[in-house]
Design a protein around this ligand. Structure first.
Ligand SMILES: NC(=O)c1ccc[n+]([C@@H]2O[C@H](COP(=O)([O-])OP(=O)(O)OC[C@H]3O[C@@H](n4cnc5c(N)ncnc54)[C@H](OP(=O)(O)O)[C@@H]3O)[C@@H](O)[C@H]2O)c1
Length: 241
């Protein structure tokens, strides 16, 4: 029988994709919903959609131990996609919305990072649940086709919107200064930017080496699921236009 999955944060951006992937894969899927979520008409509609698509609802809050324990008792697998809510996140969303005139490039713009769509990540997370090859392993998701630098990303976006963008390069020292001076969660988000575009040098050769699956701690999704098709950076940008 398919594992019963409980998604915490199922009304969020990532959580909604996890719920959809879990239902599509045939898992009995429950979503832990905070009761106040249903007071908000937009959230209430979303919760209705989740139910209509086949999810069952459990009311609770991760800060309310009793509700959490009761929800977990009925699940074989629990996935948390809980996020932070704060005014800073709204500012970040504005910062990272599709640029129209100018764009910020962290570092020299040449470091390549892996861009994987949330929907693909969630499909893989659900696939991994009943796959013994992933047990106690980190599932790396590194499709070579999704490797892209900020310079390449900006140039792709310029082509899509049909005009050149003003590029503001932010040097590493400036970024680390901002991280130190910013409150949580902005400092965390900027630290992720630093790790992704400045600290981590992900070269194509490294990915090929890791595809040998000789790593004791991790397994590579592109090797385990060779038929999986990934949303490319270009396809993703097409949807933002
Ligand atoms: N690596 C990446 O590229 C990447 C990308 C995106 C996200 N993430 C990570 O994925 C996670 C989710 O992000 P997101 O963007 O999907 O967040 P989000 O849209 O803000 O959604 C957060 C979810 O958590 C729920 N939640 C918040 N506090 C809760 C509590 N006390 N009890 C129960 N549920 C609670 C929210 O419920 P309500 O509806 O009641 O508010 C909502 O469903 C975060 O940890 C984020 O850092 C990573």
């Amino acid at each position: 029988m398919a594992s019963r999955i409980l998604v915490i944060g199922g009304t969020g951006m990532v959580g909604q994709q996890l719920v959809a992937a879990s239902i599509n894969a045939g898992h009995p899927t429950a979503v832990l919903v905070r009761p106040p979520a249903c007071d908000d008409p937009v959230k209430a509609k979303l919760v209705d959609t989740l139910c209509n698509n086949g999810a069952s609802l459990v009311y609770g809050d991760i800060n309310d131990r009793e509700s959490l324990v009761s929800a977990i008792k009925d699940a074989d697998v629990v996935i948390s996609a809980v996020g932070h809510t704060s005014p800073e996140l709204e500012i970040l969303k504005q910062m990272y919305g599709p640029p129209v005139t100018r764009v910020t490039v962290y570092g020299d713009g040449k470091h390549q990072a892996m861009f994987v769509n949330e929907k693909d990540m969630c499909t893989l997370a659900i696939k991994a649940i009943d796959d013994p090859r992933t047990l106690h392993k980190i599932l790396y998701v590194r499709p070579a086709v999704n490797l892209c630098s900020l310079d390449q990303l900006v140039s792709l976006w310029e082509k899509k919107i049909g005009n050149d963008l003003e590029k503001c390069y932010v040097a590493e020292e400036e970024l680390t200064g901002k991280i130190q001076a910013s409150p949580f969660p902005l400092n965390f988000q900027l630290a992720m930017v630093h790790w992704t575009f400045l600290a981590e040098t992900l070269e194509f050769e490294q990915i090929t080496v890791s595809n040998d699956a000789s790593d004791d701690d991790g397994v590579e999704a592109t090797v385990l699921y060779p038929d999986m098709k990934y949303v490319t950076v270009e396809e993703y940008l097409d949807n933002l236009k």
